[in-house]
Design a protein around this ligand. Structure first.
Ligand code: NDP
Length: 303
């Protein structure tokens, strides 16, 4: 298959590209920068969708960019980098004389309201309640295809929790303090911490692409939660990472400090959380390589 990946140069995109190529698929990346194996977003807009059987969007300004202050400009970029790229791809698919079989949009679990007790599956109803849930709403709406196109192209939305891997995401920023023995729980530590190993997220995207011909396209996107089957709290994550690294984790960071450093609208992803179940992902027959924290963290640390 020929697979086109918006934002394929990033943390998840590199893992996905690697997996797809290993399985014999052809990958083209859409990027802001030209280069071999890439097209740019302006080329997509001027030349239309290149021939492909599957299209994925992973593009977006990093939510935890350590080089940027949390301000209105940053929030604007978080929205526009996701919504504009998703709109461009949905429009290019709609205008294509031979649209792909699958259109996979990767968003996030921030649509589910944080709670210590509620359990969410792909079937849970939700309405936006804060900045990040509004972002997910607008982002997913931007990916929606016209009904006539959705009869040919299967629409899939994957909502990942924190993506764990050695080369990016949250772990990249956490490894040094934990190595130095400065790790600790965030906020109360009781908040759920939905997570997935990057290799499993790449696997779920690939599974969605490869199984696209077996399911009929529908006007409503099929949603898969991109989280591990194990549900853990921030305390459990912290203790397990300390155990795997053989380092103490005795420095809790109070919630108000995280709010002050990161901005409370963004800090919710660390100080609060949701118990998210991958019900439909499991029902689809996807087999996780790293279903529990211990195996996932061990792979990341040993690598
Ligand atoms: P990255 O931060 O690695 O970014 C992916 C790519 O997006 C980059 O390689 C870059 O491609 C492109 N990009 C970055 N900033 C902009 C911008 N301002 N405008 C347009 N394009 C931009 O993302 P991940 O791989 O970590 O995540 C992939 C997707 O999954 C994202 O949408 C993210 O929101 C979502 N997600 C990620 C989680 C995680 O823990 N990592 C958790 C939940 C959801 P280039 O420079 O080539 O243009």
């Amino acid at each position: 298959m020929r697979v086109l990946i918006g934002g394929g140069s990033g943390f998840v995109g590199r893992e996905l590209t690697h997996l797809l190529r290993r399985k014999g698929h052809d990958v083209t990346i859409i990027s802001r920068q030209p280069g071999p194996g890439k097209i740019t977003w302006s080329e997509l807009e001027s030349d239309g969708l290149p021939p492909c059987e599957a299209t994925v969007n992973l593009a977006g300004e990093n939510l935890m960019n350590p080089l940027r202050w949390w301000n209105e400009n940053y929030k604007k970029d978080l929205f526009s980098s996701r919504i504009d790229t998703t709109t461009s791809l949905a429009q290019a698919i709609a205008a294509s004389p031979s649209p792909p079989q699958a259109w996979v949009l990767v968003t996030g679990v921030a649509c589910y309201r944080p709670s210590l007790t509620a359990r969410y599956s792909e079937e849970s109803e939700w309405t936006p309640f804060d900045l990040l849930s509004r972002l997910v709403k607008e982002w997913e709406e931007a990916g929606s295809l016209p009904v006539t196109v959705a009869q040919k192209t299967r629409q899939v939305i994957i909502r990942p929790g924190a993506v764990l891997g050695r080369d990016g995401g949250a772990m990249k920023q956490m490894m040094t303090p934990f190595w130095l023995g400065l790790g600790g729980t965030l906020g109360s530590g009781r908040q759920p911490f939905p997570w997935i190993h990057v290799s499993d997220l790449a696997g779920i995207i690939t599974h969605a692409i490869e199984n696209s011909s077996s399911t009929l396209p529908s006007a409503v996107p099929q949603v898969f939660n991109g989280v591990a089957p194990a549900t853990n709290t921030n305390y459990e994550f912290t203790k397990e990472l300390g155990r795997v690294l053989r380092r103490p984790t005795v420095f809790p960071v109070p919630g108000f400090v995280i709010d002050a450093l990161m901005g409370s609208e963004r800090a919710v992803v660390l100080t609060q959380g949701q118990m998210v179940e991958p019900k439909r992902t499991l029902e689809s027959g996807f087999q996780y390589k790293y279903p529990d924290l211990s195996s996932a963290l061990k792979e990341i640390v040993d690598r």
